[in-house]
Design a protein around this ligand. Structure first.
Ligand code: GLU
Length: 282
């Protein structure tokens, strides 16, 4: 049974890019006579607002999209994410980190061997300052020790499947994760979890078989596949679709209020207009 999901963060109004994502996933679920789930990724503190959750429901319904209930809210699942991080800690794969952004910037500005500070999916790659600390404080973040994690995996070649515009079998070398992602944060100081943990735990919990999302999320996929392997979860099939851009070629972001679905609705657009604008056949 195919299970697709749409997982918006209620930090702003849905725009044409979200409509494309949701329609693509919904259409794929319908074609496969599968299920379509909605997950509200509301862990990001005060940036997430209830009025945006209401607007998500409203816009999706208007687009003709229907989802199975109950809707999963990540904020209800913080304990589960904590357990998942603890599991990795028990496996000896994490360490506490007290570095502030400033500490990291200072560490990275010191003369370094080799390359300049490299960027990963979460921003600059952590220089490893806290990697050998034995004990942590209450307000520390928890990081994955990527070297230990890939060693634990015991294979250098990790495979997964991609469909859609970039279809085919995919693989990455675990050395890529060490070099290009580094010791990612698993639990932020403020929320006790991270996007990576929450998304991997929930995709497994909801038995998602197909993850449909924008190409901007593709750099995080090797991290997610790694975490799935560490937890012993199945890896879904991924579809990273093209991004919808504004007239100047810029990727749409939540600040593009003029292209918010609700604004377009008010301006008299029909669902067919939205579908035509994003090139969806759904
Ligand atoms: N919550 C993320 C967003 O709104 C999407 C995460 C995902 O689809 O994996 O950008």
């Amino acid at each position: 049974m195919t299970i697709e999901r749409f997982a918006p963060s209620p930090t702003g109004l849905l725009h044409l890019g979200h409509a494309f994502s949701a329609l693509t996933a919904f259409e794929a679920a319908q074609e496969a006579k599968g299920r379509f789930l909605l997950r509200i990724e509301d862990i990001d503190g005060p940036r997430c607002k209830p009025e945006y959750v209401d607007a998500i429901y409203d816009d999706l319904r208007w687009l003709g999209i229907r989802w199975d209930t109950p809707v999963l809210h990540q904020l209800d699942r913080l304990e589960r994410y904590q357990e998942a991080v603890d599991q990795l800690t028990q496996m000896g794969l994490t360490y506490p980190c007290s570095c502030t952004r400033k500490d990291i910037a200072v560490a990275l500005s010191a003369p370094q061997e080799g390359d300049d500070a490299a960027m990963g999916p979460d921003g600059v790659i952590y220089p490893g300052t806290c990697r050998h600390r034995i004990s942590g404080g209450e307000n520390d973040a928890i990081r994955l020790d990527m070297r230990k994690a890939v060693k634990f995996l015991g294979t250098s070649d990790v495979k997964y499947r991609e469909i859609g515009e970039d279809a085919g079998p995919k693989s990455f070398d675990t050395a890529f994760l060490v070099k290009h992602c580094g010791d990612i944060v698993l639990a932020r100081k403020d929320i006790g979890t991270s996007y990576h943990i929450a998304v991997v735990v929930d995709d497994a919990f909801q038995e998602v078989t197909h993850v449909t999302r924008g190409l901007d999320m593709a750099p995080a996929t090797p991290i997610h596949v790694l975490l799935q392997r560490l937890f012993g979860y199945a890896t879904p099939t991924y579809r990273h679709h093209r991004l919808i851009r504004d007239d100047t070629g810029k990727r749409l972001a939540k600040r593009h209020d003029a292209l918010a679905i609700s604004a377009l609705r008010q301006a008299g657009w029909s669902v067919a207009d939205v579908k035509a604008a994003v090139g969806s056949s759904a």
